[in-house]
Design a protein around this ligand. Structure first.
Ligand SMILES: [Fe+2]
Length: 280
């Protein structure tokens, strides 16, 4: 029988790749604001008991202030603490103007630790202006090493926007720079339960030299699986719209994937030709 004083497992909702645009615009044919609203509704309906919601970067498609202001309004109905992270499509300066400088640490990075239900959750800022693949500079690796050293007595879950583990897919062209250095730092901790990222717009999970890595598909378009053996080119699909649900206790850490929209039509390539480069 469950002890009534037992707080139950840690439960995290992780969304990623919202790619919000200003009112009246769409991103690659997708109404990303409506998709985020659907995700918020799904969380409130089926995961209202989650401890936290984490938005793991690419909040705005092109880093516009209007998109960030819109974000604040759409996530306001979430009935839980919500933590914002940055991706390569975001603009750190504009983000901090809209949400406040207290989102940045002493080095200006949007990252933090959360200690909850026997776990340390580390939200890592892997965004580097002008670099689609992102980067963890020496200051961020040092920060991570110190935060891990403070928590050797408990399990750790790390969340960052970029994928660090190679996936053998075209998205490896935009993989985190210096992934092996990140791996080396992670291995200084005895119990890293998961390293969870967005960025790649596809669901994957694996283990790299003993550290488990997972990506979620996120709220924007999905890419089709495209391994070197695939005869056809990679496609970009309308869905699913997906967020991750993490359940973690002393023994285990399970990552579920909630497809709040389940659409699979291919988006024609012509809808990607007018993209601007991400802002620096
Ligand atoms: Fe993205």
């Amino acid at each position: 029988m469950k002890d009534s004083a037992d707080p139950g497992p840690l439960k995290l909702v992780i969304m990623s790749d919202l790619h919000l645009v200003p009112e009246g615009e769409v991103s690659n044919t997708l109404d990303t604001a409506a998709r985020l609203a659907a995700a918020v509704n799904s969380v409130n309906t089926d995961h209202a008991d989650a401890d936290l919601c984490i938005l793991a970067g690419d909040l705005a498609d092109l880093g516009e202030a209007e998109a960030y202001a819109r974000l604040a309004g759409i996530i306001a109905p979430l009935g839980m603490d919500t933590h914002l992270m940055l991706g390569n499509h975001d603009d750190r300066r504009v983000f901090l103007q809209v949400f406040g400088n207290d989102h940045a640490d002493e080095n200006g990075h949007v990252q933090k630790v959360i200690d909850l239900k026997g776990h340390r959750i580390i939200l890592l800022d892997s965004t580097e202006p002008g670099l689609v693949g992102g980067l963890l500079c020496a200051a961020r690796l040092d920060w991570l090493r110190a935060r891990l050293a403070e928590a050797v007595d408990r399990p750790v879950i790390v969340i960052l926007h970029h994928h660090a583990m190679p996936l053998s897919m075209p998205v490896d062209e935009i993989i985190l720079e210096g992934g092996p250095a990140l791996l080396e730092v992670l291995k200084t901790h005895p119990d890293v339960r998961q390293v969870i990222a967005g960025h790649v717009h596809i669901t994957t999970t694996g283990v790299w030299k003993g550290i488990p890595f997972t990506t979620l598909a996120g709220g924007h378009y999905n890419v089709s699986l495209n391994l070197p053996s695939h005869a056809r080119a990679q496609e970009r699909l309308e869905g699913p719209g997906q967020y991750a649900v993490v359940l973690a206790d002393v023994d285990a850490c399970v990552v579920h994937f909630e497809n709040f929209l389940d659409r699979h039509p291919v988006i024609a390539a012509e809808n990607f030709g007018r993209e601007r480069a991400p802002r620096r």
